[in-house]
Design a protein around this ligand. Structure first.
Ligand code: SF4
Ligand code: SF4
Length: 198
């Protein structure tokens, strides 16, 4: 991709480094260890976290914020464990994602990925029950992703038919996924969310 130097934003790196998690962006020396160990590259060979960091350091703000690859990191932390510069790549990517979400809230960007909807639905379950409640997550996520309750329920049934049963058989999804169960100290979890929301 040719770099349009006149479109570079030299302040973009500072914008990222001012976000929680983005602090170590400038420590990256482009060794590629993060990309070489990333499990996603086996499924999406074009995925390259090193390149996203390089583009961020160069100031390619628009290209980075609209890059769909920004949303596919699993936060498995393999790169965090291996990075010789302690960049904490997944946190840097999280910082960039937050900037993208702010841009969308301001009407300057359209995020195509459903990931922000999924993340919000996930956090709502933690806030409410103190643990993940899979069905609650699905009931919130699918209708928002599909644009209506009926379409959402259809998509949910299809996905659960495809992989839900496989997860169930492997013990990855048990009764706790179907029936909501609060942990005992939900009050303390609520306090954490209140603190984050400050
Ligand atoms: S492993 Fe660390 S230093 Fe190497 S390219 Fe990735 S983020 Fe940069
Ligand atoms: S945390 Fe994200 S970028 Fe890093 S290895 Fe895991 S999936 Fe890849």
């Amino acid at each position: 991709m040719p770099i349009k130097t006149w479109e570079l934003d030299p302040n973009f790196r500072n914008e990222i480094m001012n976000e929680p998690g983005g602090e170590h962006l400038a420590s990256c020396f482009q060794c590629s260890t993060c990309t070489l160990g990333c499990p996603i590259t086996e499924i999406v060979p074009s995925y390259n976290p090193r390149k996203i960091i390089q583009m961020s350091l160069l100031g390619m703000r628009e290209e980075v914020l609209s890059n769909p690859d920004l949303w596919i990191c699993l936060i498995c932390q393999t790169c965090t464990a291996r990075c010789p510069q302690d960049v904490v790549v997944s946190d840097v990517l999280g910082a960039i994602r937050r900037i993208a979400e702010k841009e969308e809230e301001a009407g300057k960007l359209k995020i195509e990925s459903p990931r922000p909807l999924f993340d919000k639905a996930f956090l709502h379950q933690l806030e409410k029950y103190g643990r993940l409640y899979d069905i609650g997550l699905a009931k919130e996520y699918y209708p928002k992703k599909e644009g209506s309750f009926i379409k959402g329920m259809r998509a949910m049934m299809k996905d659960y038919k495809d992989f839900g049963m496989r997860m169930f058989k492997k013990g990855k999804m048990g009764p706790k996924a179907i029936l909501p169960e609060k942990i005992k100290r939900t009050g303390e979890v609520k306090k954490i969310f209140e603190k984050i929301g400050d």
